[in-house]
Design a protein around this ligand. Sequence first.
Ligand code: URA
Length: 235
Amino acid sequence: MGLERLDKRLAATGRWSRKEARELIRAGRVSVGGTPCHAPESKVDECAPVLVDGAAIGADRPVYLMLHKPAGVVSSTAELGERTVLDLLGEEYQNIGLFPAGRLDKDTEGLLLLTNDGALAHRLLSPRSHVDKVYYVEVDGALDQDDVQAARAGMTLGDGTECLPAELELLSSDSAHITLREGKYHQVKRMMASRGKPVRYLKRVRFGPLTLDAALPKGGWRALSEGELEAILGE
Ligand code: URA
């Protein structure tokens, strides 16, 4: 029977860095074989069930769901006093280690991939992966060709953060599709704010090869189709 460090076991899922794993463990959120464990360096049996916030870190089958996130829920698996995207799912999906691959703000709607495939999530979210994300955005103010050029050139945000070139496709005077190849914190909102045109509404319509299913109501979800799965696993 193999033994391995608990922080290493968590990090191996691809869901947390070693540092994040150590923090989770020290915060008392991790249990091994039913007993809370506070020491990141603990050696644990590789077969022992490890739970974070009561959910298994790895399941025996990979699951891939497309969710139409509504506004008002947070993109995490557990947050005190908040309704999470996991709360939208059925009972059978509660304890199989699902988590959102990437985050949308609480007030942002649209496509979120939920999976327990840590390696895939890690790959999709790595800063080097540059998976295209397309958002539908409405702003206060009038969008114009200067905004298109500024996005294309790569914007510098108010705090000096440099953004990669992005594609802004104007749909009306105050709405557009914007394609990002990265996922900085509040990126669309900060980009638009830097143009003096604050975001009024934001919805993700595409994530890599996945397009939000128009038949999914807000809060609705479904398993990825075989074609979608093949496409996303090939990213
Ligand atoms: N950019 C934002 O500002 N918010 C999101 O939720 C996603 C992208």
